[in-house]
Design a protein around this ligand. Structure first.
Ligand code: ARG
Length: 267
């Protein structure tokens, strides 16, 4: 009898133990609480000679591109009014330091060196640098063929840093231009043999010059782009919060498709 009772007890305990755990009452996720900047006007520096990130649409004379759409979408979410201010590349960083601009959106790579002086948003794009050459180029098949070639870059970019390591004699072989647009023109004019450039921008310039340019080899670095702010800016948090929403709701993917896949000027 005792055994039987014990047996029943054990079974009862097991039955309780094996009950599926009571489903906790689901706590609804708080609706994404995005900061509200109250319609704040933002001065955004950008070197607008850099398709498809930022460039002047020849048909409308308006500044358009991925970065332009990106800051517009962010401002829609956190209630700000962005104005893009066309600025020379080097002037962007000087202007940020003097707080002439609230931020810069200009295909800027997040680097340790820049992080000493500026704050960055989270990454909005990861890409690699490539070697851009004329379509009929046969000597250059990859970055390793640049040792004895003339290479063009935009001054003050991560691409300049990279190109320095690829040529044998920097003083003789590296040509620095104020914009990538000028570097690409020099390439087409045969003043340089190759341009070291971010892969999405290489695609942008190929789209602008159909049939005239090609990429030699594969992307050979990996870097992240971010929006760049004066140190201590109160905008970094709100911008990151908005960026997160744009990543999650597919907006960023839509902008990638629009500017990095479908962008073909003149069509
Ligand atoms: N990503 C490179 C850098 O940060 C090049 C960016 C150039 N951008 C431009 N708008 N020209 O150095």
């Amino acid at each position: 009898m005792r055994r039987l009772l014990w047996g029943i007890l054990v079974l009862a305990l097991l039955a309780v133990a094996c009950q599926p755990a009571a489903t906790p009452t689901p706590t609804p996720a708080p609706a994404a609480q995005l900061p509200n900047l109250g319609g704040r006007e933002l001065r955004i520096a950008s070197d607008t000679t850099y398709p498809p990130f930022e460039f002047v649409d020849p048909k409308t004379n308006e500044i358009v591109g991925f970065d332009v759409d990106l800051v517009n979408e962010i401002c829609k979410l956190i209630n700000c009014k962005p104005t893009i201010i066309s600025t020379a590349w080097e002037g962007i960083f000087a202007g940020l330091e003097q707080k002439q601009f609230d931020l810069a959106a200009s295909g800027i790579t997040i680097t340790e060196e820049r992080k000493q002086k500026f704050d960055f948003s989270d990454s909005y794009l990861r890409y690699g640098q490539v070697v851009l050459v004329r379509a009929d180029e046969e000597r250059i098949k990859s970055k390793d063929d640049l040792k004895d070639k003339i290479v063009g870059v935009q001054i003050g970019t991560t691409n300049e840093e990279t190109a320095k390591t690829l040529v044998a004699d920097e003083a003789k072989q590296l040509k620095r231009y104020d914009t990538f647009d000028l570097a690409v023109r020099a390439l087409l004019a045969k003043d340089v043999d190759a341009v070291v450039i971010d892969s999405p921008a290489a695609d942008g310039f190929m789209a602008q010059n159909p049939g005239k340019l090609k990429i030699a080899g594969q992307p050979f670095t990996s870097e992240d782009l971010g929006l760049c702010f004066p140190k201590g800016s109160d905008l970094v948090g709100p911008f990151n919060a908005a960026l997160k929403v744009l990543k999650e709701n597919g907006t960023l993917d839509r902008l990638y498709r629009k500017w990095f896949v479908e962008f073909k000027p003149g069509q």
